[in-house]
Design a protein around this ligand. Structure first.
Ligand SMILES: [Zn+2]
Length: 166
């Protein structure tokens, strides 16, 4: 069962960095630029528990600052270009690289929080495992052929509520 498989820290970080669900690696982690989805549309894993806050911004500043500043100094020392040219090159480059890194960095941090079971993620994982085991007891899968990520409807509670009301 894919949902119950252990995901390593490196795997969770990479899946988050590529803006995918750290649990299944398939569903999208973001609804909008920096808006994390409430739950994975593929496996149903909950992401409303993340507390990335402004930590991604600190990490991005750290990375961009430590790559841009040496480059600016090296170009300035070697070529001494006019100030207007330096602003023309480095300002857009710094802004673009910060914006490009912000979403993947936030994804990696959410992936890390999810993997470590921080905040509400541990309880959420337990609820997900219990739901899967309960469903497997009611509807046992054929050995080795069942893929939970391909059947997200069974994992999402709002679907079962809708079905019950019909
Ligand atoms: Zn997922």
């Amino acid at each position: 069962m894919a949902h119950l498989q252990q995901v390593s820290t490196a795997q969770a970080l990479w899946r988050g960095f590529t803006m995918r669900c750290p649990n299944c690696g398939t569903g999208k982690l973001f609804g909008r630029f920096l808006k994390v989805v409430d739950h994975c549309s593929v496996c149903g894993e909950e992401f409303c528990h993340h507390r990335a806050d402004d930590f991604p911004a600190y990490v991005v500043i750290l990375i961009v600052g430590h790559t841009m500043l040496p480059a600016v100094l090296a170009v300035d020392i070697d070529y001494a270009p006019p100030m207007w040219l330096e602003f023309l090159i480095w300002l857009p480059l710094t802004i673009a690289s910060a914006l490009a890194l912000l979403q993947p960095t936030k994804g990696a941090i959410v992936g890390l929080q999810w993997q470590l079971g921080m905040h509400g993620f541990a309880a959420s994982k337990l609820r997900g495992s219990a739901r899967i085991q309960a469903q497997a007891a009611v509807d046992p899968p054929e050995a080795g052929t069942w893929n939970w990520c391909r059947h997200p409807v069974r994992l999402l509670p709002h679907h079962s509520k809708r079905r019950a009301s019909q």
